[in-house]
Design a protein around this ligand. Structure first.
Ligand code: ME8
Length: 500
């Protein structure tokens, strides 16, 4: 039985259309999921939309529609984007699904049974944009007397009767857990941030709302709906089969990686493990908080008008160029910046001019001069040296991907491409054609092997184009394969005018 591997993205708020930050997160999770599948893991990859909460209520109200209608309309765009970008999710979950209500009520009941929920009055600050409660000490003063959350979003004073979760009780258990599991929160900067926060003291968390009714009803308290983050976080176990499919749940839970952005690490690394401890359920193995994408170094926002539609970029430059750029140019775990120029420059340098050109030259030459087939030739040491270099590059890619060092992995892979290009220039098969056909054959076969290994390695990053290339290459055992004149797979990109 293959070893299970469960990876999730955050579930995204469908209060508007997806932006490039959403695309980035899905692409990174997809590359990891594909990589793990390729290495034999039984992968479950979940993404989806987070449909409850006040932000959805307010956005729907402003558009004169019901929250459910808004969710139905917008969720489709997220799924469509996932499909266009080749995101190989196994499940696209929507928190408005009945099965998710059942799971949320089951974990709620388990927390209640543990004695961790009590009714009281909440009075404090709430940010609708973050769907988060903040303590006074965390706030700063914004313009016009508005108070701002640590994320820079406005907060409003809220007072209502709510259920509370005894988060304070879990301060020490959480600190003990972090100490025993140093890889639970990554990268290091995020881990330190969370340690400081929890060491600073935890206060009990308001976990239900009575001022609106768009949410999962609290069991036994018909006037309350769950605080959106309670049900949102629960999506991860709903998807794994909780509570009705214990066999599946035992297989996939705990998750291997919750991949999320840096702004929501607190929910995943503090609240979520505390809820799970309370409900006596296993804790996820790792929470990875990736960085933010900046448009030409600037934070994206609707008011600045620099929010970029990832579908437009995929259309202009191709989904694989976009995927490659985002995974190669953004050091995973850090913020990264993008622009049309940067995408075009990277895709042309690595994919078109280096890897694509290498494959194109070799395949076109064989199709034209060797009738599509190369017999075994006279091997020399340089051939073994090249294949060893390529294997080292591919192994470095794998080691890096196993450790989520995605951009380093791709950088290592490129050293294999460079080695091939050096080899081809040194061996000059075009010249050998007239002088030493036997040696030419050995060189071409070596290149075919090397290109095949490189294409297989990079598949998780650029699945469509690497997949196409692999179809044009003979496998190492297939002697009957005839190489046809290649189709251009990595076209040279021209700069276009996107909104970026
Ligand atoms: O936070 N660059 O949803 P969301 C990179 N529903 N990533 C970005 C980004 C950017 N510019 N902007 C946002 C939510 N993200 C909750 C999650 S999970 C149980 C509930 C990331 O639609 C963000 O960090 O606001 C988050 O991981 C994801 O996109 C969804 O953000």
């Amino acid at each position: 039985m293959a070893d299970p591997f469960y990876i999730s993205t955050a579930i995204h708020y469908p209060n508007g259309r997806p932006h490039i930050g959403h695309a980035y997160e899905m692409i990174a999770a997809d590359a990891i999921a594909r990589f793990q599948r390729q290495h034999g893991r039984d992968v479950f990859f979940q993404t989806g939309t987070d449909e409850h909460g006040l932000k959805m209520v307010q956005t729907a109200r402003a558009r004169d529609m019901e929250p459910r209608e808004l969710a139905d309309e917008m969720s489709i765009y997220f799924r469509e984007m996932a499909d266009v970008l080749d995101i190989s999710y196994d499940r696209f979950i929507r928190t408005s699904e009945p099965g998710h209500y059942a799971a949320s009520q089951a974990i709620w009941q388990a927390m209640a049974d543990a004695g961790d929920l009590y009714l009281d009055r909440y009075e404090g600050w709430y940010s609708v944009r973050d769907e988060a409660f903040y303590e006074e000490k965390e706030l700063t003063d914004g313009e016009g007397g508005v108070k701002l959350s640590p994320q820079g979003t406005p907060v409003e004073w809220t007072a209502e009767e709510t259920w509370f979760f005894k988060l304070s009780k879990y301060q020490q258990p959480l600190l003990d857990f972090y100490a025993a599991n140093p890889d639970f929160i990554r990268p290091e900067s995020r881990r330190n941030e969370i340690l400081r926060f929890v060491e600073g003291g935890l206060i009990d968390l308001s976990v239900s709302r009575t001022s609106f009714d768009w949410g999962v009803p609290v069991p036994g308290s018909p006037d309350h709906v769950m605080y959106v983050w309670v049900d949102a976080l629960t999506n991860y176990i709903t998807g794994a089969g909780y509570p009705d499919d214990p066999e599946r749940f035992a297989k996939f839970w705990p998750a291997d990686i919750h991949l999320i952005g840096k702004d929501i690490v607190r929910f995943h690394a503090v609240y979520w493990p505390a809820f799970l401890m309370s409900a006596n359920l296993p804790l996820p193995k790792q929470v990875f908080g990736h960085g933010f994408l900046l448009n030409r170094g600037e934070k994206m926002s609707k008011s600045v008008g620099n929010v970029v539609d990832p579908m437009q970029l995929a259309e202009l430059y191709g989904k694989d160029a976009l995927r490659y750029f985002l995974l190669r140019d953004v050091s995973f775990g850090h913020d990264g910046t993008f622009s049309d120029e940067a995408i075009v420059t990277r895709a042309n340098a690595d994919l078109s001019n280096s890897f694509g050109n290498l494959a194109q030259r070799v395949l076109a030459f064989i199709a034209k001069n060797c009738e599509g087939h190369v017999p075994e030739g006279r091997a020399e040491e340089a051939d073994a040296v090249l294949l060893a270099e390529v294997d080292v590059a591919c192994a470095a890619f794998r080691t890096a991907f196993d450790d989520l060092a995605l951009s380093q992995g791709i950088e290592a892979w490129m050293t294999g491409v460079f080695a091939c290009n050096q080899y081809i220039d040194g061996q000059a098969p075009w010249a050998l054609r007239k002088t030493d056909a036997e040696r030419m054959n050995a060189v071409l076969r070596t290149l075919l092997r090397a290109i095949r290994r490189l294409a297989t390695t990079i598949l998780p990053v650029i699945p469509t184009s690497a997949g196409k290339l692999l179809l044009e290459l003979p496998s190492e055992a297939d002697e009957d394969f005839r190489i046809a004149p290649p189709t251009p797979i990595f076209p040279r990109l021209e700069l276009q005018a996107s909104d970026a």
